[in-house]
Design a protein around this ligand. Structure first.
Ligand code: MN
Length: 276
């Protein structure tokens, strides 16, 4: 039996807006937590006021990392300059490798009701930053699940209890959605040295003597097994784990490279129309 992984900090998200005016909660990529290697950003958008989401995220470029959209409720349409197009609905995930450069848009496909989803940015190591763009569009039914009396675990990426996740990743990362009944305990072995963060979207999760409440992110130590216990009400959380890349990060808006010179090159290439 391995030791239990310590929760070393709990942070709150920061309300902001992005895209063409989508209200969201930025959870990673804030002054409190700028980067948890390899995760560059985590946003939660959850609005039932169409005015807070209909404008969506019109065309914009990316280079050097991956963007992952996960919808809990609602429909989002992705379209990109490599010719990929797809709509994901409740429970679906889009895993896009921007690599050497892509221009995409993500637009809500509804004008009323709740739109609830997440965008996660996964960094890539230098050797993969200029890889060819790739797009994986996985609907709800394509995401493997492990369901017990107490837990409902959806595996977008990684491995849980012998079940492989849906997405191909270029770097060792895990991304799961865990829905737990009151008091249920979730345990998961994560390799030594990997970073782990847990975003609670409903209820609360206990990790040792720490409590991660709804809309908070728990950050964990790099050693031991993850153990979470739902509070006295049902709870839901996203679990993100990954091997640290350990390289310098140069970030400017939608471009994430290793050096400032590479950022300047990205801007120049984008303006010259060299993205896919
Ligand atoms: Mn984008």
């Amino acid at each position: 039996m391995s030791e239990i992984r310590n929760c070393i900090g709990v942070v709150n998200g920061m309300p902001t807006s992005d895209g063409a005016g989508v209200s969201l909660l930025r959870v990673v990529g804030t002054p409190q937590i700028d980067y948890l290697d390899p995760f560059l950003m985590l946003d939660e958008f959850k609005n039932d006021d169409p005015g807070a989401y209909v404008a969506g995220f019109p065309e914009h470029p990316h280079r050097g990392f991956e963007t992952v959209s996960y919808m809990k409720q609602g429909a989002m349409k992705h379209r990109d300059s490599a010719g990929n197009e797809g709509i994901i609905h409740d429970g679906g995930v889009q895993w896009m490798t921007a690599g050497s450069g892509i221009i995409h848009s993500e637009m809500p496909q509804q004008t009323e009701g709740l739109l609830w989803g997440y965008q996660l940015w996964v960094n890539l190591p230098a050797k993969h930053k200029m890889t060819a763009p790739r797009y994986q569009d996985i609907q709800k039914d394509g995401i493997p699940e492990v369901i017990t009396d107490e837990l409902h675990v959806r595996i977008m990426a990684g491995h849980y209890q012998g079940t492989d996740g849906a997405s191909q990743t270029l770097w060792p990362v895990e991304y799961m959605d865990v829905m737990a009944k009151p008091g249920a305990v979730f345990t998961h072995d994560i390799p030594e040295g990997h970073n782990v963060m847990v975003f609670v979207y409903e209820g609360e999760m206990h990790a040792g003597d720490k409590v991660i409440a709804a809309h908070q992110l728990g950050v964990f130590a790099q050693s031991g097994a993850l153990e979470l216990r739902a509070g006295s009400e049902k709870a839901g959380c996203l679990i993100m784990a990954g091997k640290p890349i350990g390289e310098p990060v140069a970030k400017m808006g939608p471009f994430v490279m290793n050096t400032d010179a590479e950022i300047r090159q990205a801007v120049q290439d984008y303006r010259a129309g060299k993205f896919a």
